[in-house]
Design a protein around this ligand. Structure first.
Ligand code: ADP
Ligand code: MG
Length: 327
């Protein structure tokens, strides 16, 4: 099982950012509305995710770390279940096989907290009593310490941190109800209050993306034939950094999609005669039956049932919004 786990881990745990994405999704699945992330040395030395979710019962702790042991009821017809499936019960097992992992949790109904530790090859976790408020902490130390070939593929601390921050941003830009904090090497990078108004959302977007983007951005909201698009649209600049500020969510899930980016680019090009470095944070909502989000569980791909309709709706809506604000 150890070898199998490491092979699986090689596929799913590409770098620290892929670990953080899975841990954050687990916290959200557990109903957390307060999540703290602490990182050291681009996450390679240490990653900690602490949440206030429902927690894990003592007897379920070893199970949470074993392969194919998902507690999440999975009905394949239910697209939402597919979304929350992550690696189908493999994420924690995979991460624990390539790191020193400590899972500490107190279930809502439990009198006290428990802790399970693994250290790479030692796949049978020891469980011991611990101190922890209701919720869960996952600490991942020394990622890839036992797989030197994997470790060699890691980039500089700065690059790994940038990937980590991106994973954090994508969650933060869609989970408005959640308090989220990010620390790197002891420095507070983001501390985001839960948002319930648009002004609070705009503050979060400015904090995560760029204050400049929000100063000149327009808010748009449009609904047509069951498709709803809302969010912020910035005027493009020739600033290369802004090339990163392109966030598109479909039913709350971050997506990179050719239909979407083509429609956006076309709209910018049509109005402003160039489509370089547009900046946007946009949310498309539609009937889940109209989109297949399970094209690949770890990539941000989707397949629209009627991509022509989605493309035209996006293009027309963005075109109109841009035409209003373009100088
Ligand atoms: P999956 O999320 O696909 O079920 P994971 O390996 O990510 O698989 O997690 C395994 C199990 O561990 C989950 O099904 C859940 O029961 C439990 N778990 C993991 N993280 C948390 C958390 N932060 N809070 C509560 N339960 C968790
Ligand atoms: Mg998971």
């Amino acid at each position: 099982p150890r070898l199998a786990n490491q092979i699986a881990a090689g596929e799913v745990v590409e770098r620290p950012a892929s670990v953080i994405k899975e841990l954050l999704e687990n916290s959200l699945d557990a109903g957390a509305d307060r999540i703290q992330v602490e990182l050291e040395q681009g996450g390679v030395k240490r990653m900690l995710v602490r949440d206030n979710g429902q927690g894990i019962a003592e007897e379920d702790l070893p199970l949470a770390l074993s392969r194919h042991a998902t507690s999440k009821i999975v009905n394949l017809d239910d697209l939402e279940a597919v979304r929350s499936m992550g690696f189908r019960g493999e994420a924690l097992a995979s991460v624990s096989s390539v790191s020193r992992l400590t899972l500490t949790s107190r279930h809502v109904d439990a009198e006290q907290a428990w802790q399970a530790r693994t250290s790479g090859r030692d796949m049978v976790p020891e469980v011991s009593p611990a101190a922890h408020p209701v919720g869960t902490s996952v600490e991942v130390l020394d990622l890839f310490f036992n797989t030197p070939a994997r470790r060699k593929f890691l980039k500089t601390e700065k690059t790994e941190f940038n990937h980590l921050e991106e994973a954090f941003k994508r969650i933060a830009l869609s989970q408005w109800h959640c308090f989220l904090s990010l620390k790197h090497n002891g420095r507070q990078v983001h501390s985001l209050k839960a948002c319930s108004t648009r002004a609070e959302q705009e503050k979060r977007v400015a904090d995560l993306c760029s204050p400049d983007l929000m100063q000149q951005a327009v808010f748009l909201e449009m609904e047509h034939l069951g498709l709803r698009l809302w969010g912020w649209l910035g005027l493009p600049t020739f600033n290369r950094r802004q090339a990163d500020m392109q966030y598109f969510f479909v039913n709350g899930r971050p997506v990179r999609d050719r239909v979407v980016s083509h429609a956006v680019k076309q709209a910018y090009r049509d109005v402003l005669f160039h489509g370089r470095h547009p900046a946007y944070v946009l949310y498309l909502e539609l009937d889940p039956a109209g989109v297949d989000v399970n094209v690949h569980p770890t990539k941000h791909e989707v397949r629209f049932r009627d991509s022509r309709q989605v493309h035209d709706f996006l293009f027309r809506t963005l075109h109109r919004a841009l035409a209003e604000v373009s100088p």
